[in-house]
Design a binder for this molecule. Structure first.
Ligand SMILES: Nc1ncnc2c1ncn2[C@@H]1O[C@H](COP(=O)(O)OP(=O)(O)OP(=O)(O)O)[C@@H](O)[C@H]1O
Ligand SMILES: [Mg+2]
Length: 213
């Protein structure tokens, strides 16, 4: 049987990694073979993007448009060499961020005065060749709460982690449904406890994908 492709997306610190770990364990316990991956990917273009996000590479830091194209290129490579082969093997692929992140982040970092809705449409078009997910779980969280969670977690701040920017990114995520009407996008209230969010995500996933049959 063909595999299932599930994306978990949302602002920095919304709980994506936490929930993917829980979902992966729960699906594995139900007998599914699960492959967990993320974007930027571990492939060469993804590694380049990570160096820019961490600030390790300061030479020619890409602006919103070249970053959008780098992310799209990483995505196509990731799909071709990792996501599709695992799906073809019948596995459930859980991906931490996908084109929803590109659409929300790169349109949000464009300069003031930009037509962000037009930019979202352009980024969506650029990403059209990338395989569509079977389910997108959008973890929605107030950026203030997300920032507090990130500071508790520790670690270095990355390129896009400023509060006003995170607010704009959240607003862009809210418009995704209209932009991708054929995708199954489910908004998850990520302000609750890890256990409650996990229960809802597991219920939505098993129901939407018929995984528990
Ligand atoms: N529902 C929750 N309630 C309280 N704290 C949480 C919740 N979910 C995750 N956390 C904590 O918040 C921090 C951020 O969570 P996590 O790393 O899973 O977010 P993320 O979306 O993967 O972040 P990033 O975008 O930076 O990768 C972690 O310390 C995690 O333990
Ligand atoms: Mg994470």
């Amino acid at each position: 049987m063909a595999g299932r492709f599930i994306v978990v997306d949302g602002v920095d610190g919304a709980g994506k990694s936490t929930q993917i770990e829980r979902l992966s364990a729960a699906l594995t316990a139900r007998g599914e073979r699960v492959h967990v991956t993320c974007e930027p990917s571990g492939w060469p273009i993804g590694q380049l993007i990570r160096r820019y996000l961490r600030g390790d590479l300061k030479d020619g830091v890409p602006g919103w448009s070249s970053m959008a194209l780098l992310f799209a290129a990483d995505r196509m490579q990731h799909v071709e060499h990792e996501i599709e082969p695992h799906l073809a093997a019948g596995e459930v692929v859980l991906c931490d961020r996908y084109d929803a992140s590109s659409i929300a982040y790169q349109s949000a970092i464009a300069p003031d005065g930009a037509d962000r809705d037009a930019l979202m449409r352009w980024i969506a078009t650029v990403n059209e060749p990338a395989r569509r997910p079977d389910l997108v779980l959008l973890l929605d969280l107030d950026p203030n709460v997300a920032a507090a969670r990130r500071s508790q977690r520790g670690g270095e701040a990355e390129l896009y982690e400023k509060l006003d920017l995170q607010r704009r990114i959240r607003a862009q995520y809210e418009k995704l449904g209209a932009l991708r009407p054929n995708d199954r996008i489910v908004r998850i209230d990520a302000s609750r406890s890890i256990d409650l969010i996990h229960e809802e995500i597991l219920a939505v996933t098993t129901e939407a994908l018929g995984l528990n049959r």
